[in-house]
Design a protein around this ligand. Structure first.
Ligand code: FES
Length: 200
């Protein structure tokens, strides 16, 4: 089945068709960039038919050969800027002569790449097993309400970004979170509020 997916980079939308098959026990993913406009139903059906036909005849077209190079370049940008801006995508595309669609396709495939500007402080609330059984989900909701954002977003003033992660290596002190490089454990709502206050 083909899915229509939307990727948003710095407020701009990019639409892809996405298809996944299992072949010899491995999952193969195919992406096809279709533009910045959401297609209507008739157009979407046509695009999906063409996409499926093309995958049969030319599967490599949707698995960029330059993938390893692209990953290396994107990692460099992440090291310097901590996210990949739309300007950087466009600049790389033209300087390296790699189609924009390939760059964005690789960047959105791997969770190591961030496409939005991070907050001044990054809060990582853990929802790994040890934290989950100690009610970390309720703490995540509390953080979202306190900061007035959802996980994955940045506060309006740019001070905090919130992420949910799997384990920060502080299971013995669960439930835990990190702010930047500092780990906080044995959390409850009162303690979270106090900690947040020290970063304002
Ligand atoms: S599961 Fe939360 S710190 Fe390990």
């Amino acid at each position: 089945m083909v899915e229509l997916r939307r990727v948003t980079i710095n407020g701009n939308h990019y639409y892809y068709l996405f298809h996944e098959i299992r072949e010899n026990g491995q999952f193969k993913k195919f992406r096809h960039y279709i533009g910045a406009q959401e297609p209507d139903n008739a157009m979407q059906q046509k695009l999906e038919r063409d996409f499926m036909e093309d995958i049969k005849n030319n599967p490599d077209k949707y698995s960029p050969k330059e993938k390893q190079n692209i990953i290396a370049v994107l990692q460099q940008i992440m090291e310097k800027e901590n996210y990949i801006s739309e300007e950087n995508f466009v600049r790389l595309s033209s300087e390296l002569d790699i189609p924009l669609v390939n760059l964005v396709g690789v960047a959105t495939f791997y969770s190591q790449f961030r496409l939005t500007k991070p907050g001044k402080h990054t809060i990582k609330i853990c929802d790994g097993t040890a934290c989950h059984v100690k009610n970390s989900a309720a703490l995540r909701v509390f953080l979202e309400e306190t900061l007035d954002i959802k996980s994955g977003q940045v506060t309006k003033d740019g001070n905090f970004g919130l992420e949910v992660v799997n384990c920060i290596g502080a299971c013995a002190r669960a439930p835990s979170m990190m702010i930047d490089e500092t780990v906080y454990g044995k959390l409850d709502k009162k303690k979270i509020k106090e900690i947040i206050g020290t970063y304002k």
